[in-house]
Design a binder for this molecule. Structure first.
Ligand code: GLU
Length: 301
C-alpha cells in the first residue's frame, strides 16, 4: 500500500479528519489500520484529528464497547482532539432538524415498505435490494413503522480518491432512494455520517474501501443542504484480508485488540503487524506508532 500523493489535500485550509468506529464490537486489527492511516495522513498535512463514535444505531451500540474503544486507542498511543470526542447519540436533535429542513423542501418522504415487501415486489433477493420508489408519491405522514427516504435525483459524483484513483458514481434518479431513518426509528449511517461530516467541516475522509459505494450518496445528501458538494477529499484504503480473501474482521473475529492486550502483546507488536500489512516489510523488531508513521512516509522497506 503506497503512501498516497497528498497534493490535492495541501490546498485545503483548516484540514479536519476523523476516525469513526461504530461501537457495535471491540476494535480489531482492521480498525487499527484505519486509525493509523487517518493519523499518519492527518499528521502529515497538519490536520486536526477527531474521534467520532458512530453510535447512531442504538440497537447495536453498547456503552461497554465505547469505553473499550477509548481504552484500546489510548493503549495504542492514538491521541485525538481530546475535548471533541463526538458521539452520534449526542446529535439526534441535529439529524432531526436537518431532516425537517429537507422535508420542508420536499426532498424526503415517509415509507412503510419492509425489506420483505420490497424484495417480493421487485423479485430480487433481500441482499440485492434497490428501492423502487414505491412510496415516493403516496404522501404518507409520520407514523408507527414508517421510515424516511431521500428522493435520490439523478446525480453524478466524481472524485480523485487518495487510494483508488479517479472514481465516478452515477444515480439515475429513478430508483435507489436511501433510507435516512429506519422504520424502527434509528437514523441511518448514510444520513448521520453525511450530516456530521458536513456540520463538523470534515474535509479529509479516510476510511476502508468497503464504504466506497456509499460516498456518492453521502455527497448527494451534503449537496442538498449545502447547495453543492462541499469538496472533501476522500481516501478509501485497502482492507486487511486473510489468505482466503475474507476480511480479517470476519475471519479472526475473536482477535480483538483487547484480547491481544490480555495475552500480554505490546502495542509495538500490533504496529509491527500493521507495518507488514502496509508493505513496510517483515520487520524483526516491534515498532512504535511515531516510528511507523515516519517509515510509512519515508517508504522504507
Ligand atoms: N463507522 C464506520 C465503520 O466503523 C466508518 C464510517 C466512516 O468512516 O465514514 O466502519
Amino acid at each position: 500500500m503506497r503512501p498516497p500523493d497528498l497534493t490535492q489535500v495541501t490546498s485545503i485550509k483548516n484540514i479536519k479528519t476523523r476516525f469513526a468506529p461504530s461501537p457495535t464490537g471491540r476494535l480489531h486489527l482492521g480498525h487499527v489500520l484505519s486509525a493509523f492511516l487517518v493519523y499518519a495522513i492527518g499528521k502529515k498535512v497538519s490536520a486536526q484529528l477527531f474521534l467520532r463514535i458512530e453510535d447512531h444505531d442504538q440497537g447495536r451500540s453498547r456503552q461497554s464497547h465505547i469505553d473499550g474503544i477509548l481504552e484500546d486507542l489510548t493503549w495504542l498511543g492514538f491521541h485525538f482532539e481530546s475535548s471533541h470526542i463526538y458521539l452520534q447519540s449526542d446529535h439526534f436533535d441535529r439529524y432531526e432538524s436537518y431532516f425537517q429542513k429537507l422535508h420542508e423542501l420536499g426532498y424526503t418522504y415517509y415509507c412503510d415498505c419492509s425489506r420483505k415487501t420490497i424484495s417480493r415486489r421487485i423479485g430480487t433477493d433481500k441482499s440485492q435490494l434497490t428501492y423502487d420508489g414505491y412510496c415516493r408519491n403516496r404522501n404518507l405522514g409520520p407514523g408507527e413503522g414508517r421510515g424516511v427516504r431521500i428522493r435520490q435525483e439523478s446525480y453524478t459524483f466524481s472524485w480523485k480518491d487518495l487510494f483508488l484513483g479517479p472514481q465516478v458514481q452515477t444515480f439515475d434518479g429513478l430508483t435507489g432512494d436511501p433510507l435516512i431513518r429506519e422504520r424502527q426509528g434509528n437514523w441511518t449511517y448514510q444520513f448521520a455520517v453525511a450530516i456530521d461530516d458536513l456540520v463538523e467541516s470534515m474535509n479529509l475522509i479516510i476510511r476502508g474501501e468497503d464504504i466506497t459505494h456509499a460516498t456518492g450518496g453521502q455527497s448527494y445528501i451534503k449537496s442538498l443542504i449545502h447547495g453543492k458538494d462541499c469538496g472533501a477529499v476522500y481516501g478509501h484504503h485497502p482492507l486487511i484480508v486473510g489468505p482466503d480473501h475474507l476480511k480479517l474482521s470476519k475471519r479472526l473475529r475473536s482477535t480483538t485488540i483487547s484480547s491481544l492486550r490480555e495475552q500480554g502483546i505490546e502495542p509495538e507488536e500490533v504496529f509491527r503487524q500493521i507495518a507488514k500489512e502496509i508493505g513496510i516489510g517483515e520487520r524483526k523488531n516491534p515498532i512504535g506508532l511515531s516510528e511507523l508513521i515516519e517509515e510509512y512516509w519515508n517508504g522504507r522497506t
